[in-house]
Design a protein around this ligand. Structure first.
Ligand code: B12
Ligand code: SF4
Ligand code: SF4
Length: 373
């Protein structure tokens, strides 16, 4: 698999295109409703793909499974990154701080497909999958020997840790199964449970199982509506995703990061710890420019500003109050409602009283009234 290494993948393994080993875990997860509002996860067409990858590429015989390391960034304690008192900054999950990995990985996987076709002198049917295709990616990665599924449900690649992203190339050609280098070199989680204890929202009902509805990553990225009130104070300064259950993992602390992260995925300063007040004041066009070409594009402006309001409410700095006050006039009710909550959290809820009568949205009115109490 020299071709894959030349393209910059950090790990690669080949498996036959067959049903996943842990399909039952996925079916059980959906049956328990742990997918929350990610309705696509429970759809029949989606389930079919997960049951058998040959549904995604008729005639698929082989899956090339790859891992690409992203920037591991700085290490923080279980409480998440520190918000400096003088400059209020939000935290963006590490995987989203560089170029959009979906695009980066897909381009590399397509280039790999072309190289393989060229080498064999015939057009090999191929499909590149990264994140959004209905494949149980961690299961495929584990089967291909890229690493092991850990108690925080992350795929940990020995020597790299869990700060790796996964991708697959389905191929309509037979190839010898070839496990990734170092496949056998892991011990699993053992008796450790640091991630389970560190999760601020208690999102792990049991080891190896995540209730997405409580996960900050889901709440700040996938969830399009209001963030449940009880969970808002637990989100801290995270405005896009969360890395806490990875930050505390000894495999990440110990990972020598022998290979440098993919250059495209190197963290960009502007995307790493953005200033919260400035973010709240961005116009639609400024926001579009800021997210362009990054995984942050997944969040629309109202969703993102919702997260910014929550982080400001949690930061405890009253100097955010004027910006939050201005956000009470935002055109999005999602933003107005969370700005009201944040003002209440900062002890500035009295500012909300003036807005109650003019507010047309019943949910925002309720948030304003609660904050003003
Ligand atoms: C939906 C989804 C989410 C949801 C739900 C996550 C979840 N844990 O289920 C939310 C929005 C919360 C989320 C968050 C994140 N995600 Co996400 N997500 C996905 C997606 C699209 C589907 C995952 C899924 O099918 N979940 C259902 C569960 C049942 O499947 P699973 O997570 O694979 O779970 C495995 C284990 O639970 C295991 N298992 C179950 N029982 C048992 C028992 C034992 C004993 C063992 C050993 C294992 C085991 O079997 C399952 C199958 O392998 C995948 C891409 C894909 N197509 O697979 C990316 C993916 C999993 N996400 C990814 C990333 C990077 C993240 C975040 C780190 C982003 C962030 N920083 O905010 C967080 C991590 C949170 C966490 N601890 O998982 C990467 C993970 C890479 C890696 N190294 O593992 C993936 C693979 C995307 C990619 N292409 O790289 N994500
Ligand atoms: S990503 Fe954050 S909220 Fe989600 S399970 Fe991990 S620690 Fe908990
Ligand atoms: S913190 Fe401990 S239990 Fe959690 S994934 Fe890492 S080794 Fe496993």
């Amino acid at each position: 698999m020299a071709e894959s290494r030349n393209l910059g993948f950090h790990r690669v393994g080949l498996i036959p295109a067959q049903p996943p080993r842990r399909l039952g875990a996925y079916e059980d997860w959906v049956a328990r409703g742990y997918h929350g509002d990610m309705a696509y996860m429970a759809r029949d067409d989606h389930r079919r793909g997960r049951r058998d990858p040959r549904e995604l590429l008729p005639g698929a015989q082989t899956i090339v499974v790859v891992a690409l390391a992203h920037s591991p960034g700085e290490r923080a304690g279980a409480g998440g990154p520190v918000v400096p008192a003088d400059r209020l900054r939000g935290a963006v999950a590490r995987y989203a701080r560089g170029a959009d990995y979906h695009r980066v990985m897909k381009e590399k996987l397509r280039a790999l497909a072309e190289r393989l076709s060229r080498r064999t002198g015939q057009e090999i049917p191929a499909r590149a999958c990264v994140d959004t295709a209905p494949i149980l990616e961690r299961d495929a990665a584990e089967r291909a020997g890229l690493g092991f599924t850990a108690k925080n449900t992350m795929l940990i690649a020995p020597g790299l840790g869990s700060y790796v992203l996964l991708g697959e190339l389905l191929l309509g050609a037979e190839a010898r199964a070839e496990p990734a280098d170092g496949a056998a070199a892991h011990k699993g989680c053992g008796s450790c449970r640091a991630c389970l204890d560190a999760c601020p929202t208690g999102a792990f009902p049991t080891p190896y199982v995540l209730d997405a509805r409580r996960c900050i990553s889901y709440l700040t990225i996938e969830n399009r509506g209001p963030i449940p009130r009880a969970l808002r104070p637990l989100i801290g300064s995270w405005i896009f995703g969360c890395d806490i259950c990875q930050q505390v993992c000894p495999y990440n602390a110990a990972a020598p990061h022998r290979s440098a992260p993919a250059p495209e995925l190197e963290a960009r300063a502007a995307q790493s710890h953005p200033e919260l007040i400035a973010m709240l004041e961005t116009t639609g066009n400024q926001y579009k420019k800021w997210v362009r070409g990054t995984a942050l594009e997944r969040a629309r402006r109202p969703q993102f500003l919702r997260n910014v309001c929550v982080a400001l409410g949690n930061a405890g700095a009253k100097r955010a109050a004027p910006a939050l006050d201005a956000a009470l006039a935002d055109r999005s009710s999602l933003v107005r409602g969370h700005a009201a909550w944040a003002l209440g959290a900062l002890g500035e809820g009295a500012r909300c009283r003036l807005h109650v009568d003019a507010e047309a949205d019943p949910w925002v009115r309720e948030e304003l009234e609660l904050a003003a109490r």
